[in-house]
Design a protein around this ligand. Structure first.
Ligand SMILES: Cc1ncc(C[n+]2csc(CCOP(=O)(O)OP(=O)(O)O)c2C)c(N)n1
Ligand SMILES: [Mg+2]
Length: 794
């Protein structure tokens, strides 16, 4: 017999699996529509129906069909499996399955497995005070909200990395498959090692439609679709049709086949017969959108068409016929056969689900904090740069960080729970020391001349920031740790993914059973002020501004000004949880300001006066020079030396900010300074010239409630960029030492001739700089050779 005609389900099993599917569909429709009368024990009346009908039916029956069949596999094979639901708008389906598995009631005792529980389950969905319509963190078993489409497959692979016993089933909407992030994530198979990673089983859900259009993959010829998936390196298996009994048999057959292939691949690789990348199976499920729902509504095709995407029947108050159709639809699932007299799902249904943690809704991998072990962190001091006094040494900050990350990687290699991701930039960002202990993962051919590619590499590099972000999120959400290193300008590519992850963390923090996960850590380097090879396109420090829109509890932004402070910040972020930490640091050789001891104290405080850089640091200085960022710190210190030389009596205070959040009021951010502490640093009435790494307005946004805000003059990136010398970049944006000095002079009165002379000198210097770089193609010697000298008469 042809495998396509096989019937692996016995008559009883077929009945049971179909009953389970009907129950899940009934619960889905119930959630979308019903306020009361959950088991339709009385004729359906308008008052039983929600006044606002919200939710998505179209994707749901397919999602539950897949769920029911994965359950069969899990029960038979005791598979450790989680379910990533790409079309996360099918929230009611995923809630229905978690309810049928019993998990929902275990975690939410107010929604028990009886008629009252059903009423609550239905009522709460998309209802004020209830649960959201998507597969939000509230849904047990999910690590993926799916509201913003495109990230299912990268999340799935992230979950599978270093999880050899896990199978990640990943449902991909055919509309979702049109997104850029999803399209590129197919290539994740080139990074998955069948020996030490788990398996991803993509299930492409070809229900044919999006919100109001057909989908590309459902309309291209079958042969093209097959060729596409083969071209991505997969082994496609098709399940196509709509007659439930035949579809159950076909799906069971194909899933068994897929699982056999997965086991064969893993067994071969794990017994030493692996080698190159295998062709992992992918299932293509072609079934009607809104399957089992109303076929036609008001004479228009609905089942098997995009009209079933959200709520196929609406306007029930004005249309008694629709109310009757809803009742018929609900009754078509024969609820009396599915629930007992108390409203509890019948035992036969429970028999089709796995038990305990094997239930996908209860799998600990989908509540990764349960599995999270802290990273073991090596001794930081071994990596410190010797800085006997400020400006005594030069170093590339991120290279020093790379040395520490090498040690972190090595220390945690056995635990297999630390990954570094990045779009092709680990070495460019000077983190290459990690390659002394691990490679870049690569499952394709490796040529003799290739450098640091390996089957077991823990560094993941693909030129897709989306995929990097998705992998790391999936990895963290399943209980592990990691770092994303990226060019500062291009991290914007994942702005929206960042948003979604921040929302996930925020929502999770209100759910008692969700355990904290390791923070998502970004290193943003090759930043706006240090673009040697590149220009304007590579100059954009605005990611921080996107990040600041998120809740204070979630986001931290650090601007370590030198290598030792970068080390301290790195060590800190690797120990935090449920946050998104952004570290901005340069990779160019730069002057070092703090010993490890000083860096620790400074970073612990997050902000502070650099006593060594101040001139006459009286309680009331004449001017405060503040800085955040490595290049702004350098220019500020250079400006201080100019002021010191030309206006020796001027009292100048230097404040450095590492932790940007310290600028916010303490009521707004947990790291925020109190009003008194802020005023003690920035005074209540003296001019503050603030040199900031990013867009100046950010500092205003953070400090507008502070007493001395009206005296703050912020210099930063004003969107003036090009390919030019490093110093010229600061000049173009008014962040350079000469402009900073002019800024001071503009705000101080009574400096007399000395002030006028200095201003003229600064303008002359700017003109000289302008001409010099055009003549010589590099910065003036006094800029290149500048170094900090100790403060003579401080
Ligand atoms: C990135 C993104 N763009 C647009 C939307 C709006 N949207 C919600 S559902 C949907 C159609 C999804 O179609 P498909 O992936 O095929 O899911 P299904 O048919 O299973 O509902 C769209 C465009 C979205 N959620 N995310
Ligand atoms: Mg679709």
């Amino acid at each position: 017999m042809n495998e396509a005609d096989a019937a692996p389900l016995s008559e009883t099993e077929l009945k049971q699996i179909d009953a389970y599917w009907r129950a899940a569909n009934f619960l889905t429709v119930g959630q979308i529509y019903l306020l009361d009368n959950p088991l339709l024990r009385e004729p359906l009346r308008l008052e039983h129906v929600k006044p606002r009908l919200l939710g998505h039916w179209g994707t749901s029956p397919g999602l539950s069909f897949i769920y029911a069949h994965l359950n069969r596999v899990i029960r038979h094979q005791k598979t450790n499996m989680i379910y990533i639901c790409g079309p996360g708008h099918g929230g009611p389906a995923m809630v229905a399955n978690a309810y049928l598995e019993g998990t929902y009631s275990e975690l939410n005792p107010d929604v028990p497995l009886d008629e009252a529980g059903l009423r609550t389950l239905f009522r709460q969905f998309s209802f004020p005070g209830g649960i959201p319509s998507h597969v939000a963190p509230e849904v047990p078993g999910s690590i993926h909200e799916g509201g913003e489409l495109g990230y299912a497959l990268s999340h799935a692979y992230g979950a599978a990395f270093d999880n050899p016993g896990l199978v990640v089933a990943c449902v991909i909407g055919d509309g979702e498959a049109e997104t850029g992030p999803l399209a590129t994530a197919w290539h994740s198979n080139k990074f998955l090692n069948p020996i030490h990673d788990g398996a991803v089983l993509p299930i492409l859900h070809l229900n044919g439609y999006k919100i109001a259009n057909p989908t590309i993959l459902a309309r291209i010829p079958h042969a093209e679709l097959r060729a596409l998936l083969v071209g991505y390196g997969y082994d496609p298996l098709f399940v196509e049709g709509e007659e439930p009994a035949a579809m159950h048999q076909r799906m069971a057959t194909v899933l068994d086949q897929a699982m056999r292939k997965i086991h064969a691949i893993q067994d071969a690789a794990r017994s030493g017969h692996g080698g190159t990348r295998p062709a992992w199976p992918v299932i293509v499920l072609r079934s009607p959108k809104g399957w089992t729902g109303p076929k036609e509504v008001d004479g228009l095709k609905t089942e098997g068409f995009w009209r079933s995407h959200q709520v196929p029947l609406s306007g029930l108050a004005d249309n008694p016929e629709h109310l009757k159709m809803l009742e018929d639809w609900l009754l078509s699932y024969r609820p009396q056969e599915l629930f007992d007299d108390t409203g509890r799902p019948k035992e036969e249904l429970r028999d089709t689900t796995p038990t305990g943690p094997l239930r996908m809704s209860a799998n600990p991998h989908a509540n990764g904090g349960l599995l999270r072990k802290p990273l073991e962190l090596p001794d930081l001091s071994k990596h410190a740069i010797e800085v006997p006094h400020p400006g005594a040494a030069k170093a590339e900050a991120t290279r020093v960080m790379g040395g520490y990350l090498r040690a972190v990687m090595q220390t945690n290699l056995a635990a297999q729970n630390f990954r570094i991701v990045g779009p092709d930039e680990t070495a460019s960002n000077r983190l290459q020391d990690v390659f002394e202990v691990t490679e870049r993962a690569w499952m394709e051919e490796i040529l003799p001349e290739d450098v640091h590619l390996g089957r077991d590499g823990k560094v993941l590099e693909i030129l897709s920031e989306h995929t990097c972000q998705g992998w790391l999120e999936g990895y963290l959400l399943t209980g592990r740790h990691g770092l994303f290193s990226c060019y500062e300008a291009f991290i914007h590519i994942v702005d929206s993914m960042f948003n979604q992850h921040a929302k996930w963390l925020d929502a999770s923090s209100h759910i008692p059973w969700r355990q904290p996960i390791a923070s998502l850590n970004y290193l943003l380097t090759s930043h706006v002020w240090q673009q040697d090879h590149n220009g304007f396109s590579h100059q954009d420090p605005g990611f921080v501004d996107v990040a600041l829109n998120k809740k204070a509890d979630i986001v931290r932004v650090y601007f370590p000004p030198d290598a030792n402070s970068l080390l301290c910040v790195t060590e800190h972020v690797l120990q935090t949880w449920d946050r998104i930490n952004i570290i901005v640091a340069g990779k160019a050789p730069s002057w070092q300001w703090m010993s490890m001891e000083d860096a620790r104290l400074h970073c612990d405080a997050g902000i502070g006066i650099w006593d060594w850089a101040c001139r006459h640091n009286r309680p009331e200085p004449d001017v405060v020079m503040a800085c955040a960022g490595d290049v702004p710190a350098l220019e500020t210190l250079a400006a201080v030396t100019i002021l010191r030389e030309h206006l020796p009596d001027l009292a100048v205070r230097v404040v450095n900010v590492v932790d940007l959040m310290a600028l916010q009021p303490e009521e707004v951010h947990p790291h925020g300074l109190s009003g008194e502490a802020f005023d003690a640093l920035f005074t209540t009435n003296r001019p503050v010239i603030f040199a900031y790494h990013g867009y100046p307005w950010t500092i205003h946004r953070l400090t507008y409630r502070r007493t001395n805000h009206h005296n703050m003059h912020v210099r930063g990136y004003n969107e003036e960029g090009t390919t030019t010398t490093p110093f010229d970049m600061t000049v173009l944006n008014g962040l350079d030492r000469f402009h900073l000095v002019i800024g001071v002079l503009e705000r101080l009165t009574g400096l007399g001739d000395a002030g006028d002379r200095l201003r003229a000198l600064m303008e002359a210097k700017l003109a000289e700089h302008h001409d010099y770089i055009r003549a010589h193609g590099q910065d003036m010697p006094e800029i290149r050779d500048w170094r900090w000298t100790a403060n003579g008469s401080g």
